[in-house]
Design a protein. Sequence first.
Length: 249
Amino acid sequence: MVGSGPGAPRLCHVLVEDADLAEAVPPERREQALEDCVAPEIRLATGAWASQPALAPDGIGFLILEGMMLRRLAIDDRFAVELLGECDLIRPWQGEDTPTLPLRSGWTVLEPARIAILDGRFTRHLGRYPELAGRLFERAIRRSRRLVVNMAIIHQARVDDRLHMLFWHFAGRWGRVRGDGVVLPLRLTHSTLADLVAARRPTVTSALSDLTRRGVIRGVDDGWLLLGEAPQDVGLESGLIEAPPHRVS
């Protein structure tokens, strides 16, 4: 069993925690599914997260219920970085499928996280609720597509364009629309942003200052405020960047 401290992890009702999963089950069966689908839960503090023991072969993986995490993959001194959060499914013990390259990987918890361990017990319930398997597979596909969008972004020539597109890409998932723009509540260091857009930190700092001078973005207490419209070349019309789904007054 995986744990984060002394004692056994507490159990959580996964579909109570994750409303999107619950909605995959037809209403007439949902109440029972809410009761049946339980899993151990672990809590993670901010900072580096050591590799975790693998689940048994019948386990699915870890489901992020709350918090924000970074997955880094390095070749020499250059990093690829993936930002992960609520509803993402991860398998941190699973190695890379490229044994011919000198890869290094690691995990960092950016915001305190709660994670459900979708172990063999949870997997056995999927036989009763096959809709959940479909929804989890859909999320895995979405995660792979988000990585392709990241690849498209880092191939833009200008770093300021990459940052602008990246912010709008993230806004499709985490943004909150309000009267003066879209709030992106992500506190990311310039070094992390540099890894996300495949640039050097000083270049990112300069590009952020330029975007602020141009009135494209503005720093706010809990992250960034995106002003104006999403970029058009890798934007809403292309289907690569989703429209921000949440609205606030």
